[in-house]
Design a protein around this ligand. Structure first.
Ligand code: 5AD
Ligand code: SF4
Length: 481
């Protein structure tokens, strides 16, 4: 735990509630008073920009930050030249970290011109000690730093920054707390992410997530159901259940429950039309889940099943706990049971010790499984992970060569796969009006493919039937029927 202030030292505040949710609402009220003062000083409501790096988990966390900031009275804007800027950071690969450092320089320029400006940093990158040391040394203009485990304390921490002249730091090593019922401001009115679990216990040898997000903790099913029911009452038709490894949901609950059982309960919620989830670890994907998906009318025909590598030797070194053969058998079985399912994946090229032959093995899986889409990443060395200490790191040119080959194959196979729906009629949830092309909207099919078709604002949030007329690589141009 890194902390440079006393959390209990409130000189001016009486009667702080003991219950954590109530405590945070109390601080929201305290912050509101400050924002009223600030509004008078500035002549307008203070503006605020929340910038998100990384995955869907972070996107959901940012919705929580925005929810609190809006309640406090900030005007939320997209421009980072604002009175309050918060970066919700990612550290899964090093380029995410480098982006943050680069952009902090720009923020410093804004801050020099705006004496009221405050800058905060949170998220996965802040859980790394070396990052905090660097920020303390070279980025003194940052006002507040907190991590992934105490994001629920945001209102309280923000309150502290109003009177503080120094950088406030509050990083926790871990937590077993899950604080419910804090404000959230959804980016989309008709769809929402929902955390069903936090953290990861898998310790894949390249991955920093278990170190920055802590051990697996599942939310109580009744809390999840209650949240979804509220969302549906508020107009949400599609939900995305979020967890680093949803297939191990519920194992550590007082009354254990499987992920498949949770899905069956969620399916019963009236008014909910579509259920998605992310991410599945192949080693934990159960037959029970496949059968629940097969029977379901609401679970989308999409499964994200990260492969990472197709070489048994590399999979072992990655600590993935499945073999190439097991993975292919699983994918084939899923396709057999649910023929219209889209399977997507993550692939890493350049893991320590990887040879061109290993890359060939990965390409062999791509050819056999025929992914609908795949995210290909260059291995990034993360300090503190077992892979970072491995001696046989692969030279950059060799990695690049393998990466280009994998990317080309993935794109070819995915395009072929996506184009097989040409001429069919499918239902799409309309997500937005196209910014670049007037009179067109973008919808998402159950299998996660996008389709653009003529339409207007009134369609956003609706599920409509669309004829998939022309396949353009990874998306379709269609028309409503
Ligand atoms: N280097 C490259 N890619 C990584 N991922 C996780 N850690 C690393 C790393 N050190 C990828 C994995 C994972 C996805 C979210 O990010 O493919 O599935
Ligand atoms: Fe990282 Fe592996 Fe956990 Fe995914 S399952 S978050 S890759 S450790």
């Amino acid at each position: 735990m890194i902390k440079n202030f006393d959390p209990e030292k409130y000189v001016d505040l009486p009667q702080i509630p003991g219950d954590e949710t109530k405590r945070q609402y109390y601080f929201i009220e305290q912050c509101k008073k400050r924002v009223v003062e600030l509004t008078e000083t500035l002549g307008h409501a203070p503006t605020c920009c929340v910038t998100t790096f990384g995955c869907q988990m972070n996107a959901r966390d940012s919705e929580k930050l925005v929810g609190i900031l809006k309640q406090i009275g900030y005007e939320i804007i997209e421009d980072e030249n604002a009175d309050f800027v918060i970066y919700n950071t990612c550290t899964v690969r090093d380029n995410a970290n480098q982006k943050v450092y680069g952009r902090l320089g720009v923020l410093n320029g804004y801050k020099k011109k705006n004496p009221h400006m405050k800058i905060a940093l949170c998220g996965c990158m802040m859980q790394e000690q070396t990052v905090i040391e660097k920020l303390q040394k070279s980025y003194r203009f940052v006002d507040l730093i907190f991590g992934t485990h105490n994001i629920f304390k945001f209102a309280e921490l923000l309150y502290r920054t109003y009177d503080s002249k120094e950088m406030l730091i509050d990083i926790w090593k871990d937590t077993d707390q899950i604080v419910e019922d804090l404000p959230v401001e959804r980016k989309y009115s008709f769809k929402s992410g929902i955390n069903i679990m936090f953290g990861c216990n898998n310790f894949c040898s390249y991955c920093i997530v278990p170190y920055v997000r802590g051990r697996e903790r599942s939310r109580e099913p009744k809390e999840i159901i209650r949240e979804i029911e509220q969302l549906v009452a508020d107009g949400v038709v599609e939900i995305m259940l979020l967890g680093q490894n949803v297939n191990s949901y519920g194992k550590n609950l007082e009354n254990p429950m499987s992920f498949a059982q949770l899905l069956e309960e969620i399916e019963k919620i009236d008014g909910l039309e579509r259920i998605r989830f992310m991410t599945s670890h192949p080693k934990d994907l159960s037959e029970e889940l496949i059968q629940v998906m097969k029977r379901s009318k609401k679970i989308c025909r999409h499964l994200h099943l990260p492969l990472q590598s197709g070489s048994d030797r590399i999979l072992k070194a990655m600590n993935r706990r499945y073999t190439k053969e097991q993975y292919i058998a699983l994918a084939n079985h899923i396709r057999q049971e649910i023929p219209d399912i889209a399977i997507t994946t993550d692939i890493i090229v350049g893991f320590p010790g990887e040879t061109p032959e290993d890359v060939e093995e990965t390409m062999d899986v791509i050819r056999k499984v025929q992914y609908d889409n795949a995210f290909t990443f260059i291995y990034s060395k993360r300090t503190g992970t077992p892979a970072a200490a491995m001696e046989n790191q692969v030279p950059e040119e060799i990695v690049k060569e393998g990466f280009d080959k994998v990317l080309k194959l993935v794109q070819e196979t995915a395009q072929k796969r996506v184009s097989r729906y040409q001429g069919q009629v499918m239902s799409a949830l309309v997500e937005e009006v196209n910014e670049s092309e007037a009179g067109m909207v973008t919808g998402r099919l159950s299998n996660n493919t996008l389709v653009h078709f003529p339409g207007g604002d009134e369609l956003v949030g609706k599920i409509v039937n669309v004829s998939l007329d022309e396949c353009h690589g990874f998306y379709y141009i269609g028309r409503q029927v």
